[in-house]
Ligand binder design. Structure first.
Ligand SMILES: [Zn+2]
Length: 175
């Protein structure tokens, strides 16, 4: 098989080849699949450029680059802004869960302290302020506060879910 004709394909595609060179390229193309597919790629590319609303070959390259450049950063910025908003928005349930876990841990510590008080640890701390309060009352307060805070966090999570759902419906209608 003779040598590939990559170097001549562009000139061939533009109709700039004549005589022996043209014959050589055509006969090679007839026998070489690789060069044929490269010619096809060239044809596809030029078809694409002709279809595009602002063809690159009608505009000086620096102006073309400037125009593309003008469009790109703005879109990028917008996408970045949306991206970071999305990330913090999606982090809300994790934040709520973290808050809830922290409160649970806090109440476990408080309840352990109260439990310790009922098992005589209080005698060691008899001068402490906690001792003067009713232990049962403290326990009820702790449980009530725990349930209340859990409900507030649950409500926050529910409202997040609702607005997430509404937002999803909205974007589904848009697209
Ligand atoms: Zn070839």
């Amino acid at each position: 098989m003779d040598e590939h004709v990559h170097a001549w394909l562009e000139a061939y595609h533009d109709g700039e080849l004549h005589g022996r060179r043209l014959q050589q390229v055509e006969s090679h193309l007839a026998s070489c699949k690789e060069c044929r597919s490269e010619l096809e790629a060239l044809q596809n590319l030029s078809a694409l450029l002709q279809e595009s609303p602002s063809p690159a070959h009608l505009m000086p390259p620096d102006r073309f680059v400037a125009q593309v450049g003008l469009r790109l950063p703005r879109r990028q910025e917008e996408a970045n802004r949306r991206g970071s908003l999305n990330i913090s928005w999606r982090a809300i349930p994790f934040g709520l869960f973290g808050m809830w876990a922290f409160i649970q841990a806090l109440f476990i510590v408080i309840d352990l302290i109260l439990l310790g008080l009922t098992f005589g640890l209080g005698d060691l701390l008899s001068q402490g302020a906690l001792i003067s309060l009713n232990r049962n009352e403290l326990l009820l307060w702790s449980i009530g506060l725990n349930i209340g805070l859990s409900m507030v966090i649950g409500l926050l999570y529910l409202s997040w879910l609702v607005s997430w759902w509404v937002g999803r419906q909205h974007t589904q209608n848009e697209t």
